[in-house]
Design a protein around this ligand. Structure first.
Ligand code: CAA
Length: 388
């Protein structure tokens, strides 16, 4: 019996800022963003959106297809938690109408935790193959204005159903891990934006890739050449290109630059126009690959490098299942992305600065999202979610 991803769907906000607009305001060349970091647009969450509404929107198409009966667990991965105690997934559980016998838990380790959720979900399914686990990863990437991280903001959520004999990607049991206590990127509880040592974070990312790959190579029979494609954590698209060159070099792969680029290029289409979505980003990269791959991927091996600052990293592998293309949500994803609305710099600032009430009074949120679920109000320190 194989275990892995049976369904996958993602959501991002209706609003985006073109990084040309940001470059104009900053009086720098837009090519720094378009070429230098490989990003064109970044999604900005609406005032009535948060990780809960985005996660529910991402998961809805899966639930409409498979129903709720066999979902035994909902795992919610995020580093944009809305509560220190209550799991954000409990709100999603209600919004999606999951059964009261379904357990819910939230996981955190920067951008890595969705991968922890996937591995735990695979273990649960291996133990009870008739059950399905819903893994959602949802994040809003926020940095201070006028910092080098500003252009690498974004938001998005991805939902994946982990089952026995999956229809999309079988996940192999062998993994390579690397953990080190470092301060490259973090967000203390009292801050709404991340603190980052940008250059250092990219160095630690590459070091972790090497270490996780070495750890993977000790337990897996797979070699670099066995993979047709690689999905990397995507803080910005150029990072994946750099990482893949690094890994190719480590493995002394005799590939041309074009061949190396081809192994990651199709994973980047959505990220270039969404921006960083932290926990969701690598898996939105997988959707991009499956939906935009230039050739039939059936039977191909895909390598995954998941990185969470702080840091925990993991390299693992999967095999694309024949017939996968029939189980995707390609059209609705493309329609969602095409229907997005560009914002001006001032509108971007308004979205960025939208108040995050903490006083316990009643605050209605302006109706703005195009999604099915919205945060209607925060009242008496309680978040009120509605289905539109
Ligand atoms: N045309 C073409 N390219 C240009 C250019 C132009 N006009 N101007 C600059 N560039 C290139 C630069 O040469 C550089 O390329 P190389 O990396 O190949 O040298 C690239 O654009 C970026 O330029 P800078 O290095 O000057 O950019 P910066 O220092 O202002 O910012 C950054 C880069 C530090 C990564 C910043 O975006 C940042 O802090 N981001 C947030 C942190 C981050 O994403 N870290 C990634 C690893 S941590 C992680 O993965 C977890 C997570 O999700 C955050």
């Amino acid at each position: 019996m194989s275990v892995g991803i049976d369904e996958i769907s993602f959501y991002t906000s209706n609003y985006f800022l073109d990084l040309r607009t940001l470059a104009e305001v900053q009086q720098i060349e837009s090519e720094k963003y378009y070429q230098g970091i490989g990003q064109e647009k970044m999604s900005m969450a609406a005032p009535d959106e948060d990780v809960v509404t985005m996660a529910a929107n991402a998961a809805r198409p899966l639930i409409e297809r498979v129903g709720t009966d066999s979902i035994s667990t909902l795992m919610f991965a995020t580093e944009t938690g809305v509560d220190q105690s209550k799991a954000a997934g409990v709100y999603v559980h209600r919004l999606l109408g999951l059964t009261s016998n379904c357990r819910v838990v939230e996981l955190k380790q920067a951008c890595y935790s969705a991968t922890a959720a996937i591995q735990m979900a695979c273990a649960l399914v291996a133990r009870q193959p008739e059950k399905k686990v819903l893994v959602v990863a949802s994040d809003i990437a926020r940095y201070d204005l006028d910092t080098s991280g500003e252009a690498t903001q974004g938001c998005g959520a991805v939902a994946m159903l982990i089952t026995a004999n999956p229809r999309l990607v079988e996940i192999d049991a062998e993994v390579g891990n690397y953990t080190e206590d470092v301060m490259d990127f973090w967000r203390p509880n009292y801050r709404s934006t991340a603190i980052v040592d940008g250059k250092y974070s990219t160095k630690i990312y590459l070091k972790s890739l090497k270490k996780a790959w070495e750890s993977f190579s000790e337990v897996s029979a797979l070699a670099f050449d066995d993979f047709s494609h690689f999905c990397y954590h995507l803080p910005f698209s150029r990072m994946a290109e750099k990482a893949h060159k690094h890994l190719s070099k480590l493995n002394k792969a005799g590939l041309s630059l074009e061949q190396i680029e081809n192994q990651v290029e199709d994973t980047l289409h959505y990220n270039r126009i969404i921006g960083n979505s932290y926990t969701a980003s690598m898996y939105i990269g997988l959707v991009s690959l499956l939906e935009n791959g230039k050739k039939d991927l059936a039977g191909n091996k895909v390598g995954f490098f998941s990185y969470g600052s702080g840091c925990v990293a993991e390299f693992f592998s999967g095999t694309v299942v024949p017939g996968y293309e029939k189980c995707l949500h390609t059209l609705s994803h493309r329609n969602m992305l095409e229907a997005r609305q560009e914002v001006s710099y001032d509108e971007y600032l308004n979205l960025y600065r939208h108040p995050d009430p903490r006083d316990g009074e009643h605050h209605d949120m302006p109706t703005s999202t195009q999604g099915r679920y919205r945060l209607a109000a925060i009242s008496g320190h309680k978040r009120e979610y509605v289905i539109c």
